[in-house]
Design a protein around this ligand. Structure first.
Ligand code: UGA
Length: 469
């Protein structure tokens, strides 16, 4: 990876209030004590705000949602994210963190992170960036000369250049694009110890000044030799969407191999192990299963396709449509396996659905393959009882028609078929003998290829994985 080490900029101020904290086994040289605002306190912004305060900065998190702000001020995370409640509480106790619904509270901060959502537009592939524009428009009256607005949201390439004009016309502030690569479930670690930093900056002295401010924000990570790529706006925006497009492609590649394995009797999990030993390929993100979901990968590849089409380069990323189709076909496959297991007679059969979140260690059900499978089976007339350690409340809000069970044992009890769609540890570790004592049927569909087929078959079960015999 490209590492750029730049001499300290003349704009860097000396660090104030240096203190030491620890994160995992790493020393954190904490506390340049910058004043920071974070606009948008969702999965990205809340973690960013708390992490920046944990690193010694003085942070105000701002969100339009009163209930969310009240929870955050009370030290309660409004969503499940391991480690977040702990750093929220410690940062609030330190007095370096607070949350508000009033954008005017951003006044006085030097760096303003914009971390609002850019969801898929209804009925279209493109991203809805109206929340980003609204955040910037709302922020401009409270910006001072020399402040830095740092965009974190994932936006279509070209957005930052447009917003930079808006910011400079409305204030003397600068704009940088500073994409975020955190993974839900590891968001705190990824924010405090990122694997790289990317700054998309304006040219010339403005860029130098913006860089100096970001260097001060990220002094701890930079001090720990985190690779830094300094670039222009367009590249920074593209880095983010191309990273997610690559990850989505890797997952759909292995899922395409699973489809071929299904008609040839091959085993995609062994195939992934074997090709993954090639360091050029790598084993990570080669887990075949029900596919990718969440608030990022699916909508980001669609938004990328839409933006490339706008730019007259639709053909360059046309393959992403295929990546999307392969991904969605895997959900069909899981539903088909359930229907097969019931000999086509799904009506009023009890289906235990293990997992609702789009992945473990998250309560996020946005575009979740697991929830989608539960909803489709319900639509086919099955008596679906779905369970998840963290994601039931979010699932129920979207799909109150589904029956949810807090305990996996209740979902499994008298089930005609069992389908595992989110690989939480407690489902990976299920004992086939114990499930036999609960369920009526003897077919388990492993939508994440995370169970041991040998032990399930030995216990009398028909095991069906994805792309494995
Ligand atoms: C993703 C990226 O990994 C982050 O780097 C990025 O910052 C983030 O999107 C974002 O844009 O904000 P995240 O959505 O948290 O992070 O989830 P991932 O860990 O990427 O997983 C995405 C989906 O792929 C999940 O449904 C997961 O189950 C699935 N997956 C992952 C597979 O099906 N197979 C794999 O081998 C890996």
């Amino acid at each position: 990876m490209l590492k750029i080490h730049v001499a300290p900029s003349p704009f860097s101020k000396p660090a104030k209030n240096m203190a030491l904290a620890r994160w995992g086994d790493r020393d954190l040289s904490v506390g340049c004590g910058m004043k920071i605002s974070v606009i948008g306190c969702g999965y990205l912004g809340a973690v960013h705000a708390a992490s920046m305060a944990e690193l010694g900065h003085d942070v105000i998190g701002i969100d339009v949602d009163n209930a969310k702000v009240a929870m955050l001020n009370a030290g309660d995370a409004p969503f499940f994210e391991p480690g977040l409640p702990e750093i929220l509480k410690s940062a609030l106790a330190s007095g370096r963190l607070r949350f508000s619904t009033d954008l005017s509270d951003a006044r006085g901060s030097t760096v303003h992170f914009v971390a609002v959502g850019t969801p898929q537009r209804k009925g279209e592939n493109a991203a809805d960036i109206s929340y980003v524009d609204a955040a910037i428009d709302g922020l401009i009256p409270y910006l001072s000369d020399g402040d830095l607005v740092a965009g974190k949201s994932t936006v279509p390439v070209g957005t930052a250049a447009r917003l930079a004009e808006k910011v400079s016309a409305g204030s003397g502030a600068l704009l940088a694009w500073n994409p975020e690569f955190l993974r839900e479930g590891f968001a705190v670690k990824d924010t405090i110890s990122p694997d790289r930093l990317v700054y998309g900056l304006p040219a010339g002295e403005d860029g130098e000044r913006a860089k100096a401010l970001l260097d001060e924000v990220y002094a701890t990570a930079l001090g720990n030799e985190t690779p830094l790529v300094v670039t222009d706006y367009a590249t920074a925006e593209l880095v983010k969407v191309s990273a997610n497009a690559f990850l989505a492609t890797k997952i759909s590649f292995i899922n395409a191999m699973a489809e071929i394995a299904e008609v040839t009797g091959a085993d995609v999990t062994q195939l992934a192990d074997a090709i993954g030993f090639d360091a050029r390929i790598g084993r990570r993100f080669l887990n075949a299963g029900v596919g990718f979901g969440g608030g990022c990968l699916p909508k980001d590849i669609r938004a990328f396709t839409a933006r490339a089409e706008e730019l007259g380069r639709g053909e360059s990323v046309a393959f992403l449509k295929e990546i999307d189709s392969i991904n969605l076909r895997r959900r069909d496959r899981v539903v088909d396996l359930v229907v097969d297991a019931l000999d086509g007679d799904v009506f009023q059969k009890k289906v235990a659905v293990l997992g609702l979140a789009f992945k473990p260690y998250s309560d996020d059900v946005r575009d979740s393959p697991a929830l989608d499978v539960a909803v489709r089976l319900h639509g086919l007339g099955a008596d679906v009882v779905a369970t998840d350690p963290e994601a039931i409340a979010n699932s129920r809000r979207l799909h109150p028609q589904i029956e949810f069970a807090e305990r996996a044992t209740d979902a499994l009890s008298n089930a005609d078929v069992v389908v595992l769609v989110t690989e939480w540890n407690e489902y990976r570790e299920l004992d086939p003998a114990e499930v036999s004592a609960l369920a009526t049927g003897r077919t388990i569909i492993d939508g994440r290829n995370c169970l041991d087929p040998v032990s399930w078959r030995a216990a009398g079960w028909t095991y069906r994985g994805l792309g494995r015999p």
